[in-house]
Design a protein around this ligand. Structure first.
Ligand SMILES: [Zn+2]
Length: 287
């Protein structure tokens, strides 16, 4: 059964750990993340961007696939199916198609318009018991064609958005989607601290979790981060394992071309990455 992310994140904030959001791209990805969550008795959030949903033939197809897997694989840990960086229209579609959690990213609007649109999405989600993530201060890097400059959020604006009834808040603190550049200056912990002091119990979300050093992850969790998004890192480990299989010529041996064999090393690599992150975030045995 799909659940909203509210309860798992409230528990995470209280227990000083974080729940991973792992973005999914296809059947193998989804199966790998769900099985790893179950094996590690960890709550999990499946992230789906609008671009990934389009690739997988729509939110309705994704919902049906995830629900089918939860049933067939006997997944009993809490699973939230979460729209990642939703537009206003995309959020409405994902709600209609059965997602259990919605991120509305109004960070590219001015604060007034961000507030107005976030309010509407919050009201819509409230009628169906869905959790809502809002964003203040865009996250750096590119995600599905949306380019953010890596702003540092204004803590007062974070407080304004947090007070709208959202369940989790993403704030730019110098984090970036994708691989971090050599000259990256690190996370702004002063900003994070100021945001937490103003927003209290609100679970905070750290986007761009790929490649943030372990000590910074631990510090971010200690300052109120309860959800960490991981996307690129699974893509990199999947690609590396698949490349290795092909470079070793395994696809040319026997039935090595069978997609169930060809995609298996990548599947196992995603599982290993997800397990590593669950251990790092502290969500193992917190289901
Ligand atoms: Zn993001």
């Amino acid at each position: 059964m799909l659940v909203s992310a509210k309860e798992m994140l409230t528990k995470a904030k209280e227990g000083k750990y974080a729940v991973g959001q792992f973005n999914i791209n296809n059947l193998e990805w989804t199966k790998a993340v769900l099985l790893t969550a179950q094996e590690n008795n960890s709550p999990v959030i499946l992230g789906v961007s609008e671009g990934a949903a389009k690739y997988m033939c729509g939110f309705n197809t994704v919902t049906a696939m995830v629900k089918g897997m939860i049933d067939t694989l006997k997944i009993t840990v809490p699973v939230a199916l979460h729209l990642d960086h939703g537009t206003y229209e995309g959020a409405k579609q994902a709600i209609a198609d059965g997602f259990s959690s919605i991120m509305f990213d109004g960070s590219h609007y001015g604060i007034e318009e961000n507030i107005e649109k976030t309010k509407e999405i919050v009201a819509l989600c409230a009628t169906q018991g869905l959790s809502v993530e809002a964003e203040v201060g865009s996250i750096g890097g590119e995600e599905d064609g949306v380019i953010g400059a890596g702003e540092v959020a204004d803590p007062n604006e974070c407080k304004q958005i947090a007070d709208l009834g959202v369940d989790m808040l993403a704030a730019g603190i110098g984090n970036i989607h994708g691989v971090y550049p050599e000259n990256w200056t690190g996370l702004s912990f002063d900003t994070l601290d100021a945001i937490q002091q103003l927003t209290g119990k609100m679970p905070l979300v750290l986007h761009g979790g790929t490649g943030i050093p372990e000590d910074m992850i631990a510090k971010a969790i200690s300052l109120g981060v309860s959800k960490i998004n991981v996307n690129t890192e699974c893509q990199l480990s999947f690609a590396a394992a698949t490349r290795k299989y092909v470079e070793e010529g395994k696809d040319l041996k026997g039935k090595g071309f069978d997609p169930r064999k060809l995609l298996n090393p990548g599947f196992e690599a995603i599982k290993a990455t997800v397990k590593e992150k669950m251990e790092l975030f502290g969500s193992v045995n917190k289901a």
